[in-house]
Design a protein around this ligand. Sequence first.
Ligand code: UDP
Length: 487
Amino acid sequence: MNRRSSMGEEKKNRENVILYPSPGFGHLLPMVELARVLIGRYQDLLNVTILVLSLPFDTGSTESFVSSVIAANPLISFHFLPPVDLSHLHNPRFDDSFFGIIELSKLNVLSFLSSLRPTPLALVVDFFCTHSADIATQLGFPSYIFFTCCASVLVTFLHFPKTIHNTTRSLKDMGKTSLIHFPGIVPIPVDHIPIPWTDREDRVYKTFLKISARMAEVDGILINTFDSLESKSIQSLPATGAFARTIYPVGPLIMSERGKDKGGDDHYFEWLDMQPTGSVVFLCFGTMGTFSPDQLKEIATGLERSKQRFLWVVKNPPHLSDTKKESTTHLLADPSLDLLFPDGFLERTKDKGLVVKSWVRQVAVLRHEAIGCFVTHLGWNSVLEAICAGVRMIGWPLYAEQRLNKLFVVDEMKLAIAMEGYNKELVTAAEVERTVGKMMMMEKSEAVDGVKERCSAMKLAAESTLGDGGDSMLALDELVRTWGIQK
Ligand code: UDP
């Protein structure tokens, strides 16, 4: 059945697609971009509704971001799900609250979706919300997962039940360098596997096991990646029997320049305007990347000794927070820089560097011509944003799946070099100085040679895949055709 609307421009006559991101800016952002691309390509035919979970902890100004998206995109609407009661959880860890909210919100999602007329075309859920795909099945429309990490990480997710769960021991009890073999990707050392996967007795391990098993049953998986970046892993997914239905690589979906992010004071652009082309080392570690006071001092000393220009986004160290353990508010509170840095650091480096508290508009910064390289925690959005800007990276994985990303982005794609010592408790000033120096001075070495050229080439490939006739747009068209919609 062709469900194309013949009723012209009216919002109410378009078909509705529901997107359901999990909590966190890094998950909301790519979903919003997916909505923008859908609306942009199917202007007369689709509306998108994005479901937003109400969180008991602050993740920054989601609401102001949402307002700016609505103002710029009348065909995207947001439905805020009601808060849920988590008081039965005693001393919850962050992940208990995170998964608890998603689980308890299922009834609210069901109630909202079943009230919609006509029935939505499809439900696209973030992989952390995989179990909410059951609701679409119950209501009789297809469900898809939007995977906001890379295809190689998806390989590990889909093979998790067989590869990791079939081993008899917890990975944490094996040697750190023991290798885990997933079909279709490089062997993974145990100490690069995400921590929640390493303990079979942990509640979150069991949650991931269930998510992985359920993921294999949805109608399709969209991935925020693109063919020229990860063709081998993308092709390995059906080839290794990991997923029997269609995989749609639809990326790179990064915040479009039209979108304003969390706003705030943009003074750092004036500073960047005064710096020579390609001269600035940009350090920024995602929404949650924090360092101990000792580590901050080592970074500061290393940067100063490297004599490179730098723009550094600094969040409060976790222990300086006086807020609740699971809150992220402290990350956005102004850190007191004088307390954090070595004596006189800010004064001595004032002609070379700028420290910004908590947040910058990263996409716009990366596109500034003064940026020479990006020291990043390798969160997947940050990696894609660097690729789209053609900026070479220094990878310093901190949490979540970022150590896996280090293996793929540094060792396989060779779009980055690793921060020396990233695998130790403390990265020393000498390691920071050496790594930054190597990259900025284009040291002649196996790790650094060709990184700049590969980044420039991948930027062009990213532009091409998003253009008309590009692989990612063809994948999106193929998906929308299965809903009976033709342009
Ligand atoms: N971000 C930003 N400014 C900051 C820190 C982060 O704009 O100061 C954005 C960044 O551009 C990216 C997202 O927040 O889009 C972080 O996502 P990523 O996957 O890189 O890391 P996560 O925060 O999920 O670990």
